[in-house]
Structure formats: structure tokens, C-alpha cells
Design a protein around this ligand. Sequence first.
Ligand SMILES: Cc1cc2nc3c(=O)[nH]c(=O)nc-3n(C[C@H](O)[C@H](O)[C@H](O)COP(=O)(O)OP(=O)(O)OC[C@H]3O[C@@H](n4cnc5c(N)ncnc54)[C@H](O)[C@@H]3O)c2cc1C
Length: 386
Amino acid sequence: MHFDLSEDQAAFAAAARSFARQALAPHAAQWDAESIFPREALAQAGELGFCGLYAPQDIGGLALPRLDATMVFEELAAVDPSTTAYLTIHNMATWMLGTWGTETVKAEWGPALTAGQRLASYCLTEPNAGSDAASLQTRAVRDGDDYVITGTKAFISGAGATDLLVLMARTGESGPGGITAFAIPAQAPGIGYGKKEQKMGWNSQPTRIVNLDGVRVPASHRLGQEGEGFRIAMKGLDGGRINIATCSVGAAQGAFDAARAHLHDRRQFGRPLADFQALQFKLADMATELVAARQMVRLAASRLDAGDPEASTYCAMAKRYATDAGFGVVNDALQLHGGYGYIREYPLERLLRDARVHQILEGTNEIMRVIIARRLLDTRRPSDIR
Ligand SMILES: Cc1cc2nc3c(=O)[nH]c(=O)nc-3n(C[C@H](O)[C@H](O)[C@H](O)COP(=O)(O)OP(=O)(O)OC[C@H]3O[C@@H](n4cnc5c(N)ncnc54)[C@H](O)[C@@H]3O)c2cc1C
């Protein structure tokens, strides 16, 4: 067991850090304030391979281990968690298409998605199916060589600005076994978008309701087999949870670095803030939480890469821990900035607003506890999680 980065991993991290400084950092505050979806920056990320980090190579992806992908996402999230989080969703949807798509759909969409020339959304949640996603009601009915899809998706990241919807719909009985996944062109006739949701954070990416009214797609746009869609959606989310957890680690690192510098720069009572032991202890706790969160995420990513049967549980643990710890670190960093932490000239309040939703989406942290506890208490297949 060793914890050092390989040469490749260090190189990916360095490339991501440089891209983050040049392409994200100068604009992140403006994208947040004006709710601008930075398509151009995302296309530039695509040129570096960041739009298909773990997507298969036959669609132009880099097929990297999830662990390596975390090196990239963490660096980007340290300056712009919102744009990075969208990028992770795009990576997740692109991987799903590359893994379960037909040759036809992979040829049509894969290379453009991995290059960042086209963008994807992941559509699972519905107005009445959030945590209980397996109760979704959007229906896909087979009609000759096509499916006709009708229903409503809620809270869809990127919706209205993306080109492809990876969407879960019901083709069979109630429950998870009746769900099928599809890749649907985002401008197909019958698709309508709701208003851009006004959000606390994640403002550099739109979130909208998606209405589907008799949307016709060829059967070649099905991902996997009928009835496999919920399993595919959850496979996507295993990696998605690592990604969102990584965005929290990145945001926390960005906030921590700012706080450490501020403790040296800011003087009160005739001394730098760094001289006060109460604040030293706060910083020590923040660093400890941050390192623990990062290692938890890397452990889960390694388990997923190794095909460990307990990987989903580790992913849920990492998502729960890192998004809670990450939010705590960002909040502490804001506190160490005093009033300056609360004003928009400094990045702290944006990092805080962006990191908050990580505790809610891709499965809330309560649902992460449901997943972990269910596995721990399974008497038919005892777990050896340790
Ligand atoms: C900004 C944003 C972007 C999003 N992007 C996407 C996207 O791109 N694609 C997508 O498909 N979805 C997306 N979502 C949806 C997100 O995944 C859901 O909001 C989330 O899964 C929770 O569902 P809900 O909002 O319906 O809450 P509910 O399920 O109604 O939950 C409400 C509360 O009850 C708790 N709760 C529910 N059931 C239980 C239980 N059994 N035990 C204990 N507590 C429970 C929850 O943890 C939560 O605290 C996004 C959401 C947001 C806010």
C-alpha cells in the first residue's frame, strides 16, 4: 500500500491546475454572478481530454481509472466547484453512453461528447421521484422500431444548454426492474424546458425541468437492455458520487489555501491572525478533515477501479463523508476571513454556496446512510467493510 501519486497522476493534476488557473479562475466569479454557462471553457477542457476522462477509448475517451480522474476534478473544483461539477456530470453521462450505447449511438455522439463539442445531461429525478428514484413514472412505449417517451424530469443539470439527455424511463413493471435507459437528442420534437431555476449556488450551470411529450427515438438509442436502466443509472452514480465528493474536497482545498494565507496577511491586536492559538487549532482541524476526506474518496475510487463488490458502499461512504467534511472546511475558512469571507470580492461565499448542494444531490447524505446501513445489516450476504 502506498499513498504517493504516480508520475501520470501528478502530470494530470498539474495540467488541471494550470487549466484551472488560466481558464476558470479569472471568470468563475462572473459566471456565478451572471449565471453564465461557460461552453467555451468546457470545450477547452475537452481539448485536454477532461470531457471523457474515464469514458472508453473507442469513443475518444481517455479510459482513465476513477482515481486518476479525481486528481483532475479536485484541481478544477478548487477554483470553480460549479463548472467542475457540471463537467463531472457530463463525464458520467458520456461514460454511460460509451459503456452501454449501441455502435450507432456511440458513433454519432461519442467523439463529440468526449471532445466537449457536445454536452450531456443525466436525467433520473422527477417531480415525485427524488430519493425514491426507482418510483419514476416517465414512460417509454415501444412502437415498431422506435420508443415514444412521455413524462417530466426535474432538477436536470445543464438542461436547455446541453445536446444529449441520458434519461431513465419506465418500459415495464413498477420498481427498479421496469426501468430502461436512453440517449435522447436534447432538441428532439416533443421536448420542452422549464424556466432556469434560481439557485443558491451552482450558478454557472442551468438547472431546469425537462418535459417530454411523445418524444420518438429509434430503439438504437436504448442503453443496455430493457429493464437494465436502473442498474445502469446506479453504476453511473457510483462514479458520480466519487466525483461530487471530489468537488467538495477541491472546494475545501481552495478555501483552506485562502484561509491559511489570510491568517498570515491579516493583523489584529498588533499581530497576524496566525499568532492566535484558537485559530491555529481551527486550521489544524480543517487540514485534518480535508486529508481524511481526500483519502476516503481515493479509497472509494480505488475500490471502484478494482471492481470490488463493496465499491458502491465505499462510494456512498466517501460521498457522505467528503461532502459533509468539505462543507465544514469551507465554512470554517469563511469564518477565519471574518467579514471579508461574507463579501463577494473574496471566493469564500461562492465556494460555500456551491459546496452546499453536494450534500443533497446524486443521492442525499441521508440516502447515503440508507445505502451503507442496508449493506452493513444484510444477513444474507454479510459485508466485510472495514
Ligand atoms: C442543483 C441541483 C442539481 C441536480 N441535478 C440533477 C441532475 O442532473 N439529474 C438528476 O437526475 N437529478 C438532479 N438533481 C436532483 C437530486 O438528485 C435530488 O434533489 C435528490 O436526489 C433529492 O431528491 P428530492 O429533492 O426529491 O428530495 P426528497 O427525496 O423529497 O427528500 C427530502 C428529504 O427527505 C430525506 N429522505 C428521503 N427519503 C428518506 C429516507 N428513506 N430516509 C431518510 N431520509 C430520507 C432526504 O434526504 C431529504 O433530506 C439535482 C438537484 C439539485 C438541487
